[in-house]
Design a protein around this ligand. Structure first.
Ligand code: HXC
Length: 536
């Protein structure tokens, strides 16, 4: 055995006390401080946004939602991206404020992009936050509203940004016809963000502040040499009057967000609910003698169909979609005896009320929206036909007109048609005629339903006689009178059951209210096929 050595004494140190846990009070203070910081944003960034005449994302949500109702989700979320200096910039929220709140006491889900963070651009975390509230909107059956102010796909996050957009588009489409989707554009909405807007049911834009385009002016110039400003390329005026992408155009954010609230007040929360009924302040049984004064008896004399609308709907109040685009047809949401209806009406003041490519697209999309969300359709007819000409034929009027036809044929909501004056040819069929499934067809004593107007008809069927007549003008007048007497008298269609009643114009409002009440419990047949193939 080797020499014995005494065991070495291990040095005795006092056990280290764990650091004291911060008190609940400290933790709460830290939490509150961080939240305050997130909510306030950086002063300079907020000032920059205000200097542009724009509100911050939170200020916008405060205007949109009932006071104190906003419940935020994912406030702490930050991106996890690397490279290009992203590690040094990881702001909370990741440039989008998401959550839920109420509008007139009814639940909605929302997002508002924050231009002060990465220009509101959409990276992975930003996208996943939006997707989360979209999923909640669908699972709770609540309307979804997005406030856009964004430079589009976040360039630093590459394909993950594109993937994020794809996930949003996929949800937009799955939610289509299930919950109302509203897109509000209050700043740039470039690239991918523009598609989410196109997929929504309604798009609001504000003049001078909002721009929607797939590629900005720099890319346009690089590719085509064309120099355009942001507004010329995709401002509210352009989309409100030329492309038809903006459903509503406003002068400022405040009136815009107020109108979003108004729109939501007329919509059902989802496709399984009926639109909210409100009490009507003016009695549905009241006569409206002014109607006969507004509409001239002569079929070609113009008048403003908006005045007719104001007479028949509750409180003279209606919300017109696409006011500045395809004005020859009016699409509006309104109430009749407290019940929300979608009104489609020809407007004799614009292009004599003909149907053309734009009008067909506008009305078709509206009819499909109303049908998806159980909103009865009221169609006011005064239409000379489809607009003839090479411009229209080359632009595909056949396909676009077929969209409107398709939309009506497919609609299972209660449908009431009122024929005020003329209803000629294909346009008569398309404007919710008996043959394509209207439930109730009413006509004024001024109705003229025919393949075409008397003059045109006589020119076609009596061409030879007129050519050889000693006095063609006299013969034409005689033949026109005869044609009108036989084929376009006010009871011709009613005698054949294509019109259910010929009503006194003054009774239009009460007849509509009675008709809608009669049809309220109309059943929807179960759909047997996967989906039809609407001519897009
Ligand atoms: C990352 C962006 C950004 C983007 C803007 N920013 N767009 N960051 N990705 N896409 C940042 C800027 O770097 C800047 O950051 C801040 O946001 C404000 O931008 P500014 O240019 O200073 O503001 P402004 O002059 O008002 O111009 C706004 C703008 C412009 C018009 C949106 O920023 C712009 O043109 N951005 C690029 C638009 C674009 O091409 N996006 C990609 C689209 S492609 P700092 O740090 O300086 O504050 C796309 C693909 C999807 O989206 C397609 C799916 C179908």
């Amino acid at each position: 055995a080797g020499p014995q050595t005494a065991p070495r004494a291990t040095p005795q140190t006092a056990p280290q006390a764990p650091p004291p846990s911060p008190s609940m009070r400290t933790l709460r203070e830290r939490r509150d401080a961080l939240r305050d910081e997130i909510v306030a944003g950086t002063r300079a960034a907020v000032d920059r946004q205000h200097a542009l005449g724009k509100r911050t994302a939170r200020e916008r949500l405060a205007l949109l939602l009932d006071e104190g109702s906003f419940v935020e989700i994912d406030m702490y979320r930050r991106h996890q991206a690397h490279g290009l200096g992203m590690e040094r910039r990881r702001p909370h929220t990741d440039g989008v404020v998401t959550g839920s709140g109420t509008i007139h006491g009814r639940r909605v889900f929302v997002y508002a992009q924050d231009f002060t963070i990465f220009g509101g651009s959409l990276g992975e975390a930003h996208a996943v936050k939006i997707q989360k509230v979209m999923d909640l909107a669908v699972s709770t059956g609540s309307p979804f509203i997005g406030i856009n102010d964004s430079g589009g796909a976040r360039i630093q996050e590459g394909v993950m940004s594109l993937n994020g957009y794809g996930g949003i588009f996929q949800r937009n489409v799955q939610a289509s016809g299930v919950i109302p989707q509203i897109s509000v554009v209050l700043g740039p909405c470039a690239g991918g963000a523009a598609y989410s807007t196109a997929l929504a049911d309604f798009t609001f834009m504000v003049r001078d502040a909002a721009q929607l385009y797939l590629t900005g002016p720099d890319v346009v110039e690089a590719v085509s040499g064309q120099r355009v400003t942001h507004d010329e390329l995709g401002g509210a005026q352009v989309h409100g009057t030329r492309s038809g992408i903006a459903t509503f155009v406003h002068d400022d954010e405040e009136t815009c967000l107020e109108d979003v609230r108004y729109l939501v007040s007329m919509l059902p929360a989802n496709n399984l609910e009926l639109p909210p009924r409100g009490p009507s302040r003016d009695a549905a049984s009241d006569l409206r003698p002014r109607l006969a004064e507004i509409v001239p008896v002569e079929p070609n004399k113009p008048y403003d169909m908006r005045q007719v609308l104001a007479e028949v709907v509750d409180d003279g109040e209606f919300m017109e979609l696409h006011e500045g685009w395809a004005g020859n047809v009016i699409c509006a949401l309104a109430r009749i005896d407290g019940e929300v209806v979608g009104v489609v009406a020809n407007q004799p003041l614009v292009l004599a009320g003909v149907l053309d490519v734009a009008a067909s697209q506008k009305a078709a999309r509206f009819v499909r929206f109303c049908d998806a969300f159980s909103i009865p359709l009221v169609t006011l007819v005064d239409v000379p036909g489809f607009l003839p000409g090479t411009d229209q034929e080359y632009a595909g009027i056949i396909r676009h007109g077929a969209k409107l036809l398709y939309a009506y044929c497919e609609a299972t909501v209660p449908r009431v048609q009122v024929i005020l004056r003329k209803a000629y040819g294909g346009a008569y069929i398309v404007m919710d005629s008996r043959s394509i499934g209207t439930d109730l067809s009413l006509a004024w004593p001024t109705n003229e339903i025919a393949v075409m107007g008397a003059e045109g008809a006589v020119n076609v069927i009596h061409r030879r006689e007129l050519a050889s007549a000693a006095d063609p003008a006299a013969l034409r007048a005689e033949l026109v009178a005869e044609y009108s007497r036989q084929l376009v008298h006010p009871h011709y269609a009613a005698e054949r059951g294509l019109v259910d009643d010929v009503i006194d114009p003054a009774h239009t409002r009460s007849a509509l209210a009675r008709g809608l009440a009669m049809l309220r419990d109309k059943r929807r047949p179960a759909v047997q096929r996967k989906h039809g193939n609407v001519p897009l």
